[in-house]
Design a protein around this ligand. Structure first.
Ligand code: SF4
Length: 369
């Protein structure tokens, strides 16, 4: 079997999101951990490392490449119905016990992920974008692992993508820094953030810090990114009325236009002791959020025509009907306004929805590393 560490270390370049110190250590600021890394050591994410006074960062490969519905990311207010060519690398800066992508995200952090080397395919940004054109994608997104820790590579891909007319998005845990957001700003249109809990103690169990994520929600919104927030609602972890109210209050204080997706958990990876989320919990979360003034609240991972649709905040008309990821109704005019009352629906829209549907099409890459 290919040695994962040797393989990933060989697929690196010097990073851009760091500072050198006189003693040979480096300070990485690609994510909110801001690791101080001494020579011969690695950052918390393991995939960024300091061999000899220089920060090496992932480059030139993907761990997954697939065309997905943009709604699946989920973005419900960014080119609805379109196709997002989604790429990921390996590694993460969190360790969520319920991660659905743990095999690639926990590479180099969990020995059970050592086989992830077999997923690695060498690729250039130009080649990646050529696949996007071939698939008819309108959006290019970085997901599957945590994109912040591989931001130099994502930016190179996005430079190519924006030049070719794509919109670019991050699907991220929100553990960002002002520096990395400025670095990505010229290229990113949409930023999806997981708000995993409103309890800092629980965030730390997952390897994060609540305040960093709240700061990222505010910063991305203030920078003009189109922001959507997702909370995987886990029974007994973050599903109390108080916590849902706290999250809704916090989001609405940044903007009532931020879509909030409350999605259903199923047991996975190391969190096998919790039950699936009942649909009634999501309906309760949605009602709470709407009562606090959030205009666009969606239920996810359940079949719920009302909770999956976009409603006009002014007149209550159904603006975008959805059946899972398929667009079933469209009542927006060419400027993204309600065809009934003329109120603007927040987001990034075109005159017509896309027709990608629910397809998920992996790109078959022949170049085995
Ligand atoms: S990306 Fe985050 S976890 Fe990784 S080295 Fe940099 S600061 Fe540390």
């Amino acid at each position: 079997m290919v040695n994962l560490e040797n393989l990933l270390d060989s697929l690196t370049v010097e990073g851009e999101l760091y500072e050198r110190n006189a003693d040979g250590s480096v300070r990485c600021y690609a994510c909110g951990h801001r690791c101080l890394i001494r020579p011969g050591r690695r950052g918390i994410c393991k995939v960024r490392f300091n061999p000899d006074g220089q920060l090496r960062v992932p480059w030139g490969y993907v761990g997954a490449l697939q065309s997905d519905p943009t709604e699946k990311k989920p973005f419900f207010h960014l080119l609805p119905g379109s196709d997002t060519l989604t790429f990921g690398m390996l590694g993460c800066d969190f360790r969520c016990g319920y991660c659905q992508n743990w095999f690639t995200s926990q590479a180099m952090r969990d020995p059970a992920s050592d086989g992830a080397a077999s997923a690695v395919r060498r690729l250039t940004p130009k080649e990646l974008i050529a696949y996007g054109k071939e698939m008819g994608a309108q959006v290019v997104g970085s997901s599957y692992n945590e994109p912040l820790i591989t931001s130099e590579w994502a930016r190179a891909v996005f430079q190519e993508a924006v030049g070719a007319g794509f919109k670019c998005v991050y699907i991220s845990n929100g553990n960002a820094t002002p520096e990395v957001l400025e670095y990505l700003r010229p290229y990113i249109t949409g930023y999806k953030i997981d708000l995993k809990t409103m309890q800092d103690k629980r965030y730390r169990q997952l390897g994060g810090v609540l305040q960093n994520v709240l700061d990222t929600i505010r910063m991305t919104h203030d920078l003009g990114f189109w922001v959507e927030v997702v909370t995987l609602v886990v029974p007994g972890f973050n599903d109390s009325n108080e916590e849902l109210m706290d999250a809704a209050r916090t989001l609405v204080s940044t903007s009532p236009d931020i879509p909030w997706h409350v999605t259903a958990f199923h047991p996975d990876y190391r969190m096998l002791d919790k039950a699936r989320t009942p649909p009634s919990t999501l309906t309760r979360a949605r009602e709470i959020a709407r009562s606090y003034g959030l205009r666009y609240v969606y239920t996810g991972n359940v079949h719920d025509a009302d909770g999956g649709s976009t409603w006009c905040h002014a007149c209550g008309e159904r603006l975008i009907g959805r059946d899972w990821y398929v667009i079933t109704g469209w009542r927006l005019d060419a400027k993204g306004r309600c065809a009934g009352c003329g109120a603007r629906c927040a987001g990034v829209f075109e005159a017509e929805p896309g027709d990608w549907g629910a397809r998920r099409e992996p790109v078959r890459l022949a170049d085995f590393a």
